[in-house]
Design a protein around this ligand. Structure first.
Ligand SMILES: Cc1cc2nc3c(=O)[nH]c(=O)nc-3n(C[C@H](O)[C@H](O)[C@H](O)COP(=O)(O)OP(=O)(O)OC[C@H]3O[C@@H](n4cnc5c(N)ncnc54)[C@H](O)[C@@H]3O)c2cc1C
Length: 378
C-alpha cells in the first residue's frame, strides 16, 4: 500500500482521496480553504453529473448520501440555435434510461465527499496551503503552514491555477475563449419539466439547468467578454429582461433569485500529467468551455481510470498508460468544444443555414441522435 498526498479539496481531489483510501492506501489531503459547508441557500456553482461520474460516486458510497431536495435529475435536453430553425431534443427514454444525468451544487457534493472521506480515514487538513514541494523518483514531500508531509505519490488536484503544476514547471497549452460564464439561480413561471435547455447565440451559449424545485433553474450564460461586461453592469431586473429576450419564452417569465457571479472561460491543457511521482488531474490538468457541462465529468474520468491502476500493485508504466488514456479523453473533449464554439459562434448566413440543417438532420436521424444521446450520458 502507498501513501498518497492529495492537494486540493475540490470535487476531484476529494473523490480521488476517498477512492484511494477505500482501496486501503494511506491518504493525506490538504486543502487551502475551510472544509466545505452549505446552507439552505442554493449555491451558484453547479455541475451536470453524467452517468459515468454518478456510477463512480455511487461505488464510493457518496451519491446515496446526497439530499434529494438538492439534486436535479433531468430526463430531457433541448438545444437550439437562436438564429436559425435548428433544434434538437432528446429524452432519456430514447436511450432506455430514466434520466440523462443530474444537476448538483458543487458545494453540496464537496461537503458529502469530505464527510465520507473523513469517515473512511483520509487524513484531512483544512486551511493548509501548500507552499513548497519536492518530487523525486523515490519520494515526495510538501510543506503547508510550516508542516512537512512525506509520501510516496503526490496528486495535484489544485484547480485551474494549480500552484503545484506551476512549481513543477509542467508545460501548459492554453487559449482564452474571450468569454465569461455568468451564473445565477433563476425562478421561472413555467415548470422546467426536468429538461436541460441551451440556446446558442452568436455571442455564446445560454444554459438553463433544472434544479430540484420545478420552478428554479441554474443559469450559465457564456458570453463574449464585452457582452458579459454589459450584462454584469445591469441590475437584476434588467438582466432578467435580457435573459427573457434570448430565452424564446421557453420557461415563461424569468426572475433572478440569487446573487450573480461570473468566471473567465479559458481552455487549458497540461502537456505532462505525470512527472516522476507527481500526477496532475481534474481542472489542474484541463479546463474546458462549460457549454457541454463536461469539465468535472472529465475530472471524474481521471479519477475512475486512476483507481483502476491503483487497485493492485502498480508500476510507473501503468501510470504512464493512465496519463496517455486521460490525455486522449481530454483532447477529444477540447476538440469537440472547439468545433461547437466555432460552428455556433458566428452569425454568417451560410454557417447559420448549415447548422440549422445539421441540427434538424441530427434530430430526425435515429442512429446519429442515439450516438449524441450516448455522448450526453457519458
Ligand atoms: C460556469 C461554469 C459552469 C460549469 N458547469 C459544469 C457542468 O455542468 N458539468 C461539469 O462537469 N463541469 C462544469 N464546470 C467545470 C467544473 O466546475 C470543474 O471542472 C470542477 O469544479 C473542477 O474541480 P477540481 O476539483 O478539479 O478543481 P477545484 O474545484 O478548482 O478545486 C481545487 C481545490 O484546490 C485548492 N487549492 C488550490 N491551491 C492550493 C494549495 N496551494 N494548497 C492547498 N489547496 C489548494 C482550492 O482551494 C480548491 O478547493 C463548469 C465550470 C464553470 C466555470
Amino acid at each position: 500500500m502507498q501513501h498518497f498526498i492529495v492537494v486540493g479539496g475540490g470535487m476531484i481531489g476529494l473523490t480521488a482521496a476517498l477512492g484511494l483510501r477505500q482501496q486501503g492506501h494511506r491518504v493525506t489531503l490538504l486543502e487551502q480553504g475551510a472544509a466545505p459547508t452549505y446552507t439552505d441557500t442554493l449555491e451558484l456553482r453547479v455541475s451536470a453529473i453524467a452517468h459515468s461520474s454518478r456510477r463512480l460516486l455511487q461505488q464510493l458510497g457518496v451519491w446515496q448520501t446526497l439530499p434529494s431536495h438538492r439534486l436535479g435529475p433531468y430526463q430531457a435536453m433541448e438545444v437550439w440555435d437562436h438564429d436559425s430553425f435548428g433544434r434538437i431534443a432528446f429524452h432519456a427514454s430514447e436511450a432506455n434510461a430514466t434520466d440523462l444525468g443530474a444537476i448538483v451544487e458543487n458545494r453540496v457534493l464537496e461537503q458529502h465527499l469530505w464527510q465520507r472521506a473523513a469517515a473512511a480515514g483520509v487524513e484531512l487538513h483544512e486551511n493548509a496551503s501548500v507552499s513548497a514541494q519536492q518530487v523525486t523518483a523515490e519520494r515526495v514531500w510538501v510543506e503547508a503552514n510550516g508542516q512537512r508531509f512525506d509520501g510516496d505519490y503526490l496528486l495535484a488536484a489544485d484547480g485551474g491555477r494549480s500552484p503545484l503544476r506551476q512549481a513543477a514547471g509542467l508545460p501548459l497549452t492554453f487559449w482564452d475563449y474571450q468569454q465569461r460564464g455568468c451564473v445565477a439561480v433563476i425562478e421561472c413561471s413555467e415548470p422546467h419539466g426536468g429538461c436541460a435547455r441551451q440556446v446558442f447565440l452568436p455571442s455564446g451559449p445560454v444554459a438553463w439547468l433544472p434544479l430540484a424545485d420545478p420552478h428554479q433553474v441554474s443559469l450559465v450564460w457564456s458570453a463574449d467578454t464585452a457582452v458579459a461586461a454589459e450584462l454584469e453592469a445591469l441590475d437584476d431586473s434588467a438582466f432578467a429582461k435580457q435573459l427573457q429576450r434570448v430565452s424564446d419564452q421557453c420557461l415563461g417569465q424569468l426572475k433572478v433569485v440569487s446573487k450573480r457571479a461570473s468566471f473567465p472561460l479559458r481552455m487549458q491543457y497540461t502537456q505532462r500529467w505525470l512527472q516522476h511521482r507527481l500526477l496532475v488531474l481534474g481542472d489542474a490538468a484541463h479546463t474546458i468551455h462549460p457549454l457541454a457541462g463536461q469539465g468535472a465529468n472529465l475530472g471524474f474520468g481521471d479519477v475512475s481510470d486512476l483507481l483502476k491502476v491503483t487497485a493492485e500493485d502498480f508500476t510507473q508504466r501503468e501510470l504512464r498508460e493512465w496519463e496517455r488514456t486521460r490525455k486522449l479523453a481530454a483532447v477529444e473533449m477540447i476538440s469537440a468544444m472547439e468545433a461547437f464554439k466555432r460552428g455556433f459562434g458566428t452569425a454568417h448566413p451560410l454557417a447559420k443555414l448549415v447548422r440549422g440543417i445539421g441540427l434538424k438532420f441530427a434530430n430526425s436521424f435515429g442512429p446519429l441522435k442515439r450516438q449524441l444521446i450516448k455522448s450526453a450520458l457519458g
